[in-house]
Design a protein around this ligand. Structure first.
Ligand SMILES: NC(=O)c1ccc[n+]([C@@H]2O[C@H](COP(=O)([O-])OP(=O)(O)OC[C@H]3O[C@@H](n4cnc5c(N)ncnc54)[C@H](OP(=O)(O)O)[C@@H]3O)[C@@H](O)[C@H]2O)c1
Length: 263
């Protein structure tokens, strides 16, 4: 029996066990996936080894700590210095980030995108900005405050705070802030969003538990829109496949995981 889990704080809300256990069942894999509340990031490696895990997912606020404990880092995880998937092989920990490619799969149905503006500059903004940049999409960051934008500037991605920004035209606008998650606030001043959304084509919000005021405003401006549900699903699909050497068909994993959401 192989053991897997998701680490986070808080963790109660996580649907990752539901998604992964459903896929284990569909492929008749003898494995179990649980959720683990981790309060102290310094305990991540010790806990991972103590639980004898074959792999794990890591969610807020431990993705940077997960990056630190891995023996080897792959793909975009190195650029954004955040790991959401760890695979253990022969005692070695291999780190990946599937939030970024998960987002890319989620926006595939939008078709060709040449430019994007990302609202927010936290961990999710990093994942999305770097994968878009790597895919030759002209990407800029707009954040409420100045502190977090330096990381992007240093890595060659244009980044602005509300105070030093002049609106431009973008194909895609993405909300990666938690504005609207537990309240009815917008991720940027309304007048600014009104100007941006008038000329944009696509709107995406990483929040998946409700229709946020940002998505409502995108709809009022007749943009084609999506919430974060598919991003969440695809990051899990890609993580599952990394746990098993990419030997399963992604569409079949997605199908099994989607079924679990209907129960
Ligand atoms: N769908 C998915 O699969 C998926 C995956 C990952 C994360 N998420 C969601 O993404 C969201 C962000 O996560 P994160 O880890 O990136 O967060 P984070 O690292 O804490 O970053 C939060 C960012 O949002 C900004 N912000 C927060 N509240 C704001 C407000 N009221 N108005 C304007 N800006 C605000 C912050 O600006 P300052 O710098 O000015 O403080 C910061 O740039 C969460 O809701 C999480 O659940 C979804």
């Amino acid at each position: 029996m192989k053991n897997f889990c998701v680490f986070g704080n808080p963790i109660e809300h996580s649907i990752s066990p539901k998604l992964h256990n459903s896929a284990f069942k569909a492929f008749r894999i003898e494995a179990n996936y649980t959720k683990v509340l981790l309060e102290n990031a310094d305990e991540l490696k010790k806990t991972f080894l103590k639980l004898n895990l074959s792999g794990a997912n890591i969610t807020v606020p431990h993705k940077e700590a997960a990056f630190e404990i891995c023996d080897e880092i792959f793909d975009i995880a190195g650029k954004i210095e955040a790991v959401n998937t760890i695979v253990q092989k022969n005692g070695k920990l291999f780190g990946f980030n599937t939030d970024a490619p998960g987002f890319l799969k989620a926006i595939k149905e939008f078709g060709k995108i040449k430019s994007a503006l990302i609202l927010g500059a936290g961990g999710t903004a990093k994942a999305i900005a770097f994968i878009l940049h790597e895919n030759n999409i002209n990407t800029e960051i707009l954040n409420r405050s100045k502190e977090r934008i330096e990381f992007f500037k240093k890595k060659g991605i244009a980044a602005f705070s509300w105070n030093d920004y002049e609106p431009k035209q973008y194909d895609l606008i993405v909300n990666t802030t938690s504005a609207g998650l537990k309240d009815e606030s917008l991720p940027a001043p309304k007048e600014l969003l009104d100007r941006l959304l008038k000329t944009a084509k696509f709107g995406f919000d990483v929040i998946y538990t409700k229709e946020t005021p940002f998505l409502q405003l995108c709809k009022e401006n007749l943009l084609t829109c999506k919430d974060g549900a598919d991003m969440l699903l695809y990051q899990a699909v890609l993580a599952f496949n990394l746990f098993f050497d990419n030997k399963y068909d992604e569409e079949k994993i997605a199908e099994a995981m989607k079924k679990s959401l209907l129960n």
